[in-house]
Design a protein. Structure first.
Ligand code: FBP
Length: 271
C-alpha cells in the first residue's frame, strides 16, 4: 500500500476526529492586519493558549506557526496556510493571494495539512490556480492533505454568498483536488446542503465570517451547517473577538461533535 495514502489518511483523521472538525483560524494578522485583534491577543501566544486544547486544529501562516510551536505542539493539529495577502494593497490587487510559504515549510513545521486560497472568479484566478496545483502536487508527495479556501470573489460576482456561486466554488475546489473545502455560509440549511452536495463527498467546512451579534446567533449558524451535512467549521473572529474565546470555542465543539442544540451549548460561554 502507498505510504502517501496512509500518511494522508492519518493526518486527515487528526483533523476530522469522528469525521468532524472545529478549526481555529488565526491568519488575520496578514489578511486584515492587527486591527482585527483585541489588544490582548495581538501576540498570538495568548489566544492560542486559550483554545488549543479545545479545538481539533489551528490554521496559521508559517511564521506564526513557528513562533507559537511551544503552544500548539502535541495539543492540536496544525494546518499551515501557504497563501495570503495584505489589505494594504490597492483595491485592484486584493483579489490575489500570493505564496506565503511552501509545502516543504509546512512539512518542516510538522503540519497535518496545508491550506491555500483560490478566489474563484477573480481576474487572478489563473495564477492562484497555478500555485494551488503546485501546492497540491508537492503535498501529494508528502501525503499531506490540502485544504482549499474556495472563495468566489471577482468583478462578475454580485453576491459571494449566493448559493449558486458558493456551490460553484465548492465544486471547482473538489474538481481541483481539494481534500477539505472551506467556504461561505449561504444563509440556510437547505442552501448549504446544496453546497455540500456539489462538493461530491469532499468534506466541507464553513468559514466563520465576521463576528455575529451574539454567540448564540453564531452557534445557530454552526448548527445549520452541521444539519446540512457539513463536516465542521473554521472560525476566527467569532472566537477571538468574543468576550470569552475559550467558552465560544467549547460551545462550537459541543454543537459540532456532541450534537448539542445551540441553546444548550451557549451555556459554555461566560457573558
Ligand atoms: P473568520 O472566521 O474570521 O471569517 O476567518 C476565516 C477566514 O477565512 C480567515 O482564515 C481569513 O483571514 C479571513 O477569514 C478572511 O476574511 P475576508 O473575508 O475578509 O477575506
Amino acid at each position: 500500500m502507498s505510504y502517501r495514502f496512509i500518511g494522508k489518511k492519518l493526518r486527515l483523521g487528526r483533523i476530522l476526529r469522528d469525521d468532524k472538525a472545529v478549526v481555529f483560524a488565526f491568519d488575520h494578522g496578514v489578511e486584515h492586519g492587527p486591527k482585527d485583534f483585541p489588544e490582548q491577543y495581538v501576540n498570538p501566544k495568548k489566544i492560542l493558549s486559550l483554545v488549543v486544547d479545545v479545538v481539533d486544529a489551528v490554521m496559521l501562516l508559517p511564521g506564526v506557526a513557528a513562533l507559537t510551536s511551544d503552544i500548539w505542539a502535541g495539543k492540536t493539529a496544525l494546518i499551515v496556510k501557504v497563501t495570503s495577502k495584505t489589505s494594504l494593497r490597492p483595491e485592484e490587487s486584493r483579489l490575489l493571494q500570493s505564496p506565503f510559504g511552501t509545502v516543504e515549510d509546512a512539512v518542516a513545521l510538522g503540519a497535518d495539512a496545508v491550506a491555500a486560497t483560490v478566489y474563484w472568479g477573480s481576474r487572478q484566478e489563473d495564477s492562484m490556480l497555478r500555485y494551488w496545483v503546485e501546492v497540491k502536487n508537492s503535498a501529494e508527495y508528502y501525503g499531506l492533505p490540502c485544504l482549499q479556501l474556495a472563495y468566489p470573489r471577482g468583478p462578475a460576482i454580485k453576491n459571494r454568498y449566493d448559493v449558486e456561486i458558493v456551490r460553484y466554488g465548492a465544486r471547482a475546489a473538489a474538481e481541483s483536488g481539494a481534500d477539505l473545502i472551506k467556504t461561505y455560509y449561504t444563509g440556510s440549511t437547505e442552501t448549504f446542503r446544496r453546497v455540500v452536495e456539489a462538493a461530491s463527498g469532499v468534506p466541507v467546512l464553513m468559514s466563520g465570517g465576521a463576528r455575529a451579534k451574539t454567540p448564540l446567533d453564531f452557534l445557530k449558524v454552526v448548527k445549520s451547517v452541521m444539519d446540512a451535512d457539513a463536516q465542521g467549521v473554521v472560525v476566527g473572529r467569532n472566537i477571538f473577538q468574543s468576550v470569552d474565546p475559550r467558552g465560544v470555542a467549547r460551545a462550537i465543539v459541543a454543537v459540532v461533535h456532541e450534537g448539542l442544540e445551540p441553546e444548550e451549548a451557549v451555556e459554555y460561554v461566560r457573558t
